[in-house]
Every structure is written in C-alpha cells, then in structure tokens.
Write a protein that binds this ligand. Sequence first.
Ligand SMILES: O=P(O)(O)OC[C@H]1O[C@H](OP(=O)(O)OP(=O)(O)O)[C@H](O)[C@@H]1O
Ligand SMILES: O=c1cc[nH]c(=O)[nH]1
Ligand SMILES: [Mg+2]
Length: 219
Amino acid sequence: MHIHHLSETPSILNTFLAEIRDEVIQKDSMRFRRNIERIGEILGYELSKSLQYNSEKITTPLDSLQLQLHQKDIVLCSILRAGVPLHNGLLNYFDTAENAFTSAYRQHKENPESFDIVVEYLACPSLENKTLILADPMLATGQSMVATFEALKPFGTPKEIHLVSVIGAQKGVDFVSENFGSNCHLWIAAIDQELNSKGYIIPGLGDAGDLAFGEKLQQ
Ligand SMILES: O=P(O)(O)OC[C@H]1O[C@H](OP(=O)(O)OP(=O)(O)O)[C@H](O)[C@@H]1O
Ligand SMILES: O=c1cc[nH]c(=O)[nH]1
Ligand SMILES: [Mg+2]
C-alpha cells in the first residue's frame, strides 16, 4: 500500500488538525464538521495528483487550448455517520463523482473492550473498473474499512482504490495495509502511535461521530 501521511510536511492542514483535536474548540460541532470537510478538500486535492488524466480541448472566448483533466470515473464511498463531513469535503472537489454510502458501527459485547463491526446499510453504484475512494475520518483498528470493502465486493472490481482518513492509529494503518492490495493508496492527515483498550486512538480526538452529530445511545 502507498501511504501518504500528509502532516509529515507541515502545512495549513495542521491548523485544522489542531482545531479538531483541541478539547475546547472541537465542542463547536459546526466548526468540527467544517474542519473535517476542509481536511477532506486538502486530502482530495493531494489524491487528485495521482489520478489518470486525459487531454481535452477547452475553448475560451479568444482561442482554444488543451488541458489535462481527470477521468470522470470516481465513486466516492463513505461510512456513516462520521464519514459524512469528510464525504462532503471530497465531493466539493470531485464534482461529478458517483456516491455510495454504507453504515459500519461497533456493536459492543458485554466486555466493553470487545466489539463486532456491523455493516447494515449499503447504497452503491457499479464499481466495475472505476476509481473507488473509500472515506472514513477515523482509522482506529481498521476493521470498519476492511468490513466495508468486503461488503462492496459484489458491486464490481474497481481499477484503483484510494482510502482517505483524517486520523489513524499505526495499528489500523498496518491492518488496512495487510488487507488491501499493494496498489491501493492511503491518504491520511495524521498517524498516531497508540490505540487504547476500547479501540480509541490516542491522543486522537475522541469520538468523531459524536463530535459531528451528537452523542448516540450504545446498542
Ligand atoms: O477503525 P475502526 O476500529 O473500525 O474504527 C473506526 C470507526 O469508528 C468510527 O465510527 P463509529 O463506530 O464511532 O460510528 P459513528 O460514525 O456512528 O459514530 C469511525 O467513523 C469509523 O467508522
Ligand atoms: O478514536 C476513535 C476511534 C474510533 N472512532 C472514533 O470516533 N474515534
Ligand atoms: Mg462514533
């Protein structure tokens, strides 16, 4: 897997990462969602440099020229709920993308430290020979990404796969590296070293779904 760890090079991205991590600033849910969206825009821009381009003729009022424009074969898939603002950020740049949504949530067992990933909702166009972008802001154990990828398999074989995430734990990055092919790309803003016993990224930011949309009752 090709891992693109973007905050290794300091940039304006770090300001948005600082705001979603900061325990005071992150409580403003509108700002939290917008910052995830802005990070999605930056990750999408970086990802766009690796897409396939065709030369197309553009006619201005004065003349014409050839421009390199990317192939319009993107399917953007995100994982509910925390994936929604990241999806919006990517869609802000990939105007013509087709869209897929899936739900993957942690179903906790009696022991709070163990959980299963439940994939329930799935709405997806054909993925055959398309460029699949699979987006989820948190890559903790990596199980949601892998379970979603398994659930998408009946929809066809993409020609390229790009995973997009905001904060990952090294363990989750290793897990997706083992489970996605060597040609797959991971575009990630930050990689933290630890995962706690409940599967939360340390230092991370807390619960991205709750920060964006409010607390939910455990199932
Ligand atoms: O890498 P993993 O260990 O699978 O964990 C990451 C998952 O956890 C979060 O979702 P969550 O289950 O909190 O659902 P939510 O978006 O509804 O809050 C996040 O958005 C990922 O989908
Ligand atoms: O740290 C984590 C792990 C999973 N989901 C989150 O929202 N945060
Ligand atoms: Mg959550």
